[in-house]
Ligand binder design. Structure first.
Ligand code: GTP
Ligand code: MG
Length: 201
């Protein structure tokens, strides 16, 4: 699937307030600054659909987009942003708990980690949390353009180990040069097709 139409719908602190539910949904989770908003722009072939920034912590709310009028893509606020105080961290945790329990249309999670760094404690905690929700997920290893092809597997190994995933559950990705874009789009096509097909039965 190519994303032919993409539109921002709304920004919410509480997913429960979203009145436009009904379409199957895929969410993008990951540490602050890992490239969540950039991935959404890259998939949609749009430069400024989702706001990106050099400053971590740009996306503080749940941002919902509609793609091809067939599914919702959800940009979740990042975690692990050093400057965030305890109160804000607790607010984030509650927002996530309530999102994952209310998002009954959620069919897949894209969990992003940076290829250059070993997953942090927060990445591992998020990984465990996602596993517990039972929603299928794929680990997207971002900023692949920052590492030579030859060095990729060396960087992927600790990520596979920390996130407890198999090599086929991981997609190296770059929103700079388009690495992995086709793979992520095929994954989206298949999960959305499956969800729509099941609904139709
Ligand atoms: P928050 O909203 O703060 O949680 O961050 P985010 O995960 O949405 O990250 P965002 O997409 O805003 O990207 C953060 C920074 O990383 C920006 O300066 C992007 O240009 C850069 N970036 C994102 N993806 C890539 C990539 O694939 N390659 C390179 N080289 N830079 C990237
Ligand atoms: Mg963002």
């Amino acid at each position: 699937m190519e994303i032919k139409t993409a539109a921002f719908i709304t920004s919410l602190a509480e997913y429960g307030a979203f009145t436009g539910k009904g379409l199957p949904q895929i969410c993008v989770a990951g540490k602050s600054n890992v490239g969540k908003s950039s991935l959404i722009n890259c998939l949609a072939n749009r430069k400024k659909l989702a706001k990106t920034s050099n400053t971590p912590g740009k996306t503080r709310l749940i941002n919902i987009y509609v793609m091809n009028n067939t599914f919702h893509l959800v940009d979740l606020p990042g975690y692990g942003y050093a400057k965030v105080n305890k109160k804000e961290q607790i607010r984030w945790g509650g927002m996530m708990q309530r999102y994952f329990s209310a998002a009954t249309e959620l069919v897949h999670v894209l969990h992003l980690v940076d290829i250059r760094h070993e997953p942090t404690l927060e990445d591992k905690e998020m990984s465990l949390f996602l596993r517990k929700t039972g929603v299928p997920r794929t680990v997207i290893v971002t900023k692949a353009d920052k590492i030579s092809r030859a060095a990729r597997s060396k960087h992927l190994l600790p990520i596979l180990r920390a996130m407890e995933v198999q090599p086929w559950e991981v997609i190296p990705f770059s929103s700079e040069d388009g690495t992995g874009r086709d793979k992520v789009l095929s994954l989206i096509t298949s999960v959305i097709y499956q969800a729509t097909d099941l609904n139709a039965e």
